[in-house]
Design a protein around this ligand. Sequence first.
Ligand code: SF4
Ligand code: FES
Length: 365
Amino acid sequence: MLAELTHRCPLACPYCSNPLALEERANELTAATWSRVFREAAALGVLQVHLSGGEPAARRDLEAIVSAAHDAGLYTNLITSAVGLDGERLARLRAAGLDHVQLSLQDVTADSADRIAGYAGAHERKLTLARSAPDLGLALTVNVVIHRANISNVSALVDLAVALGAGRIEIAHAQYYGWALRNRLALMPTRDQVAHAMQEMEDIRARFGQRIAIDMVVPDYYARQPKACMGGWGRRSLNVTPSGRVLPCHAAETIPGLDFWSVHEHALADIWQSSPAFQAFRGTTWMREPCRSCVMREVDFGGCRCQAMALAGDPTATDPACELSPVHALLGELAEQDAASGETDYAYRGRPTRRRNEQKVTLRH
Ligand code: SF4
Ligand code: FES
């Protein structure tokens, strides 16, 4: 379960997965409600809770929330930018039952990382926090979102994560929903850059062997097969927003017409089993051709519904990342055009958007 504790965040990453319209602080679930939701989640079979945001450390009652998740029997992972969190607070969170820290890095050098994050001094704070995690007995994962400005530094980013004591590194290409879709022109790498990064990843794996777990997610726009987004819609993940709506994935609200139930009105098990949004694309009966008769339909579950909505304008369409999609070829062309644009300015949250960053994204065939 992903628990989005708040949308408040001091950073303004141009690929932020939060919705363009953020939840207000006044609507955030209280620690007491989160405690009830965690107990319901554990009873439903949830094993891990990812405490996320925005920046979860923006919540002054984060210690109480961690403690409630721990008491419910959940493995607790804090996904943080490190801004708003120092070694002392991390020690208090550890004492409250925190098991794991997942720290985002934007790049190798402070200049580039702080520019991407839209926050001066963020990189140095991240390094300081990362160094204190192993001393507190906390497992550490470093995650890096890859895009045109940092894709040449994959090897150096892995070296940095290893030097910080991370046991796991997640390197994921930007997923183009929300802010990333708005900033696609400035984020999209070239096909050659992606191929080079994949080759580099092979060398890195050979260099580190079993010493560190490295997950690499390739960019959908240059892929031939879609990924099983969320492991399949409503199969093994759920996402609770700061105000308590329960979503099958973080971008599900980009699909019009879905009815998302709230923890204020329904028990979590009821939402999981019966809510219209979870029923909408669960399993395979909603599929059309070519997915319906495809041998991969219970492997990738038709790919990503939110990407089908964003690019094909239809959430029941085959994910355009699939080469059997009628718009698949256009996807690669679009990516190459974006990558060749030379755009370097980002539209940041809370700051005016430049007109040329806004673009038409839906594919036609
Ligand atoms: Fe997956 Fe559908 Fe493509 Fe088959 S046709 S590989 S099920 S997205
Ligand atoms: Fe919603 Fe992929 S992000 S299904």
